[in-house]
Design a protein around this ligand. Structure first.
Ligand code: TXA
Ligand code: MG
Length: 521
């Protein structure tokens, strides 16, 4: 089939390739058509002995030969000056052609049997994840090509490391199973460069070194968010992302997968980059379903083969990457008299550090110059005697919604700034869990600083008697305070967890501990 200009997909150790005769411009054109591939994105040629390299390329630098001797056959492709015999259609007009000598025995036998080098991009429809299984190829290519050779699942799972040679150095245009560290062993660390586009997106006005860098790739139809960080921190960030979201899905390492309340694909143990490489594309394909609305995916760091996995994942995510924080931050809010203090005390006993926002605010009123100067500007009457008069400010806003809204607009950003500062210090000091305790957590926007928010409510009658007892208020006044607050339904809608404190305090405390255990992965 190949000799007659047909297209045959075949297994390699990296991913399946969509093969056609690399010396036949018509076959190459059919490859572009079958994949739906942009015309300016060149194909790579697969060979099955070193003599074929010299038939296709010239001016081969010594370091290329050294690298070939070390890593071929294997998951590495080199761009080298092409001879006339390689049609321009294959290289999309470039003067170099990518050459790969795959290690897979079926690929080698196929190339030898065909007797020609085989041009083969990954055997996926353009934009989809590369195929690592026979079923993937069938899904994308059935009816578009002459045949598929079934070789089982690919071992490596991400495409070959793609390198070019610039001024005697090796530049990595696409990371793969052969790592920068591996290449450095042959040519020295000082002679290995990683193209900047490997680590970040390509700007619209930038000219990529490799045409493939500029295309959206590997992406399922739902948006992907890559989550970077330590294992437990990633799991928590993913849990935060997927909780309560219809159609949310997760791709993550084995250890915390069982905690996810959503469709979840496991990709091997944390730090096992090879396993993650092998499973990533299959995971992305599995989650390419209409009912999936968003995919949170744990992203490895850039060490070893992690670089290749992170590169594919970040591209699948369109470089939407979030950093998972080590410290757990809980928000705590609720209606007055519901028993927020009880929960806060229970969390403190678990070792959490409580940021009491009422107290923070009062301390700031005493000493925070930036806040005081904004207050002076907006409420000069509260500074009638020169100094700040809290009672005077209270009189201005009491019962006046517009003034109260104005006060909140002034104070909330300052409180947010202070909370951010406190969280930063706690994180730096190694605190495992911080709790932002604020009656107006949502109104101030501080819920955005939290991983999860706990709301505490109780029956109004209970709350009334609690406030009367706690604050020594009359019944009418307590009722007014309750009426001024938000209804329970409001908390239920906004909070991640609710504690209904209608019974013995012990029940609320044990509910708080359950929530704490769920969140503190
Ligand atoms: O592992 C692999 O390399 C797989 C298997 C089938 O061998 N093949 C593969 O090919 O991934 P493909 O076409 O999907 O990816 C090759 C990438 C493309 O992004 C292309 O833009 C780039 O290599 N490329 C090809 N020729 C190039 C050249 N002469 N200079 C720079 N980049 C080139
Ligand atoms: Mg490809």
């Amino acid at each position: 089939m190949l000799r007659e200009g047909g297209l045959v997909a075949f297994p390699t150790e990296t991913v399946y390739g969509l093969g056609g005769n690399a010396l036949d411009a018509t076959a190459a054109a059919r490859i572009f058509a079958a994949k739906g591939r942009p015309q300016d994105n060149p194909l790579i040629a697969h060979i099955a002995d070193i003599a074929m390299l010299d038939e296709l390329c010239y001016d081969i630098p010594d370091i290329a030969r050294k690298i070939a001797a070390r890593f071929w056959p294997g998951p590495l492709t080199m761009a080298l000056p092409k001879r006339e015999i390689v049609p321009d259609t294959v290289t999309a007009g470039l003067r170099t052609v990518g050459i790969r000598y795959p290690a897979h025995p079926v690929a080698q036998e196929l190339i030898r049997a065909a007797g020609v080098p085989i041009a083969a991009p990954s055997a996926n429809r353009s934009g989809k994840p590369s195929p690592t299984a026979f079923a993937h190829v069938l899904e994308d290519m059935d009816g578009r090509i002459e045949g598929i050779v079934d070789g089982g699942d690919a071992d490596v799972g991400v495409e070959s490391t793609f390198i070019e040679f610039v001024n005697g150095k090796v530049r990595i245009l696409r990371p793969g199973y052969i790592t920068p560290e591996d290449l450095a062993e042959v040519v020295g660390t000082e002679n290995v460069e990683i193209d900047p586009a490997v680590l970040r997106g390509i700007g619209a006005d930038e000219q990529p070194r490799s045409p493939g860098m500029k295309y959206r790739h590997y992406a399922p139809s739902a948006p992907v968010i890559a989550v970077l960080g330590e294992n437990a921190a990633c799991a928590r960030a993913i849990l935060r992302g997927v909780r309560g979201k219809a159609g949310a899905a997760a791709i993550l390492c084995d250890e915390y997968a069982h905690l996810m309340p959503c469709t979840t694909v496991q990709v091997g143990r944390y730090g096992d980059y090879a396993a993650q490489a092998q499973r990533l594309f299959d995971a992305l394909r599995e989650l390419d379903r209409p009912e999936i609305s968003v995919i949170y995916a744990q992203c490895p760091d850039d060490r070893g083969v992690g670089l290749a996995v992170a590169n594919r994942l970040k591209r699948a995510a369109g470089f939407h990457v979030i950093e998972a924080r080590r410290m757990l931050v809980l928000g705590l809010t609720g209606s007055t008299g519901a028993g927020k203090g009880l929960v806060s005390q229970a969390l403190r006993e678990q070792g959490a550090v409580i940021i009491d926002c009422d107290r923070v605010y009062h301390e700031m009123l005493a000493s925070d110059e930036a806040l005081l100067s904004d207050l002076r500007e907006n409420f000069p009457a509260a500074f009638a005697d020169g100094g700040f008069d809290r009672k005077a400010l209270g009189r201005i806003v009491f019962g006046d919604e517009a003034q109260l809204a104005r006060l909140n607009a002034v104070t909330h950003p300052h409180i947010r700034r202070k909370i951010a500062e406190l969280l930063k210090n706690l994180e730096a000091g190694g605190t495992a869990c911080a709790v932002i305790d604020a009656p107006t957590l949502f109104e101030s926007g501080a819920d955005a600083d939290c991983d999860f928010v706990i709301g505490v409510t109780a029956e109004p009658a209970l709350r009334k008697s609690r406030i009367m007892e706690r604050d020594g208020l009359t019944e009418e006044y307590a009722a007014l305070r309750i009426e001024a607050g938000k209804p329970d339904a409001w908390y239920r809608e906004k909070c991640d967890f609710m504690i209904e404190n209608n019974h013995a305090p012990g029940e609320a405390i044990s509910a708080a501990l359950d929530i704490y255990n769920t969140c503190s992965i």
